[in-house]
Design a protein around this ligand. Structure first.
Ligand SMILES: NC(=O)c1ccc[n+]([C@@H]2O[C@H](COP(=O)([O-])OP(=O)(O)OC[C@H]3O[C@@H](n4cnc5c(N)ncnc54)[C@H](O)[C@@H]3O)[C@@H](O)[C@H]2O)c1
Ligand SMILES: N[C@H](CO)Cc1c[nH]c[nH+]1
Ligand SMILES: [Zn+2]
Length: 434
């Protein structure tokens, strides 16, 4: 079922990344599509957002602001088992993110000369929650809990208008907002919503940082506004890579490849293995399991698209080179001694170790964050964590005596850079120059 790329004859490290499975619509192409959408929101504000909702979501909301009553009503009518599941996710994700909070530290560099490392929460943030092909109350939890643990004061959240619900975001999203005490919520989706957060529109004031997952258009819009605001990462269309050897269970591997293909016809499912027998068995399992899935057409398109496939390698070492070059959003390790193998992975949004840690555990309840970098950006960016909502600032304070101690070497250094006024700023404070 999956196409095959046979690298058992070897490969050169330089050419590797370019030879791996790749989506037909990449982020550079999506940038062209979203540039006018973001510009339109910057120029025309709410009217542009309403026009875009009508065009892409098939409904024109009365307003982009979601009234508080819609949130409480949604929670009141939500199935109690789902309320319990969302609350359990909130609890687990909170525990998983509290350990990320850095401590303020202070060090005396010379007697009386101190550097203090402070962490300041972002003033105002905008959280994006997808809602096109599927709806994601779990992304409300991942975004909001992380921002709250970091201590952000002002939190706004947006999700696409839903035709079925009169132009409001999906009720499970509104109910999750109510459970988390998020009360500034907008009905706006896609690139326009990212423009709204970056530049402001109607009652939504501009934010300092935008976080959250979305499709390729959302990821491209985040890249576009970076610089006007901060972003977490380009958390775009879902990807799963699985590094597996002959010891792997093909039923588990196929189920996990299929689980992420369910998100989007453009989702990527990639198997990397040194076992042809396993690759064959996974193909048989995929064919059988894909028939039973609810979203069969979407899954088939994802699994057979150019972004998905099996990569055959000669050894586990080669497999590690492949997964490091690919830098998947999610990487599962199904090998002997999986923990040791996982330690050799440098590039992945999140790593899931062993046969009993499937990606869907992390999607909802494992306590980790599911907002993760895609498109190979895990080479340089991280999954959503409290640091996306914190700034680090060094606070410096020297006494007269401490400054005296560094004056002579600093003057020497500044003169070497031909910046003598720098040295002068210390010399005017120095006892020997008064
Ligand atoms: N990387 C992560 O952390 C992560 C987490 C969860 C979900 N995801 C991904 O998020 C995505 C959710 O996608 P979705 O579509 O369900 O919801 P979404 O909210 O991301 O996208 C819907 C919006 O896309 C815009 N859009 C649709 N077609 C467009 C077009 N042709 N041109 C410009 N804009 C267009 C519209 O504004 C629409 O409101 C999936 O791709 C899923 O795989 C990623
Ligand atoms: N796998 C998604 C990240 O790519 C997150 C998610 C949310 N709900 C289900 N899955
Ligand atoms: Zn998922």
């Amino acid at each position: 079922m999956l196409s095959r790329l046979d690298l058992r004859g070897g490969f050169t490290a330089d050419a590797l990344a370019d030879s791996l499975p790749r989506a037909a619509l990449d982020i550079d192409a999506a940038l062209t599509a979203v540039r006018p959408l973001v510009a339109d929101v910057r120029e025309r504000g709410v009217e542009a957002l309403l026009d875009q909702a009508e065009r892409f979501d098939g409904v024109r909301p009365e307003t982009i602001e979601v009234p508080a009553k819609a949130m409480t009503d949604a929670l009141d009518s939500l199935d109690r088992d789902l309320v319990d599941a969302i609350n359990l996710a909130i609890e687990h994700v909170r525990i998983g993110h509290e350990i990320q909070m850095p401590e303020e530290k202070s060090v005396e560099i010379v007697p009386g000369g101190r550097v203090t490392q402070r962490w300041i929460p972002m003033r105002r943030v905008g959280l994006y929650v997808p809602g096109g092909l599927a709806v994601y109350p779990s992304s409300v939890v991942m975004n909001a809990v992380c921002a709250q643990v970091a201590g952000v004061g002002s939190i706004a959240l947006t999700s696409p208008a839903q035709k079925e619900f009169g132009g409001l975001p999906h009720p499970t999203i509104l109910a999750a907002c109510a459970l988390l005490g998020i009360d500034e919520v907008y009905a706006a989706g896609g690139a326009g919503a990212i423009g709204m957060f970056a530049y402001g529109a109607g009652s939504c004031l501009p934010v300092d940082v935008i976080t959250g997952p979305g499709n390729i258009y959302v990821a491209a819009a985040k890249r576009l506004v970076l610089g006007t605001v901060g972003i977490d990462s380009e958390a775009g269309t879902t990807e799963i890579a699985i590094l597996a050897d002959a010891s792997a269970n093909p039923r588990f591997v196929a189920a996990d490849l299929l689980s992420q293909a369910e998100h989007d016809p453009a989702a990527a499912s990639v198997l990397v293995t040194d076992s042809v027998e396993l690759a064959d068995a996974v193909d048989r399992e995929l064919a059988a399991q894909a028939q039973a899935t609810t979203h069969a057409a979407r899954v088939r398109e994802a699994l057979t698209g150019p972004q998905s496939g099996t990569v055959l390698v000669a050894s586990l070492d080669d497999g590690l080179a492949v997964v490091n070059a690919y830098g998947a959003e999610h990487l599962e390790i199904h090998t002997e001694d999986a923990e040791r193998v996982a330690r050799r992975v440098d590039n992945a949004g999140a790593i899931f170790v062993g046969p009993y840690t499937p990606v869907p555990a992390g999607d909802y309840l494992a306590g980790s964050n599911h907002v993760l970098p895609t498109g190979g950006t895990s080479r340089y960016s991280s999954g959503l964590n409290v640091h996306a909502f914190l700034k680090s600032v060094q606070q410096v304070e020297y006494s007269k005596e401490a400054l005296e101690k560094i004056t002579t070497p600093l003057v020497t250094f500044a003169d070497a850079e031909d910046l003598p006024a720098h040295g002068h700023s210390l010399q005017v404070r120095s006892a020997s120059h008064q």
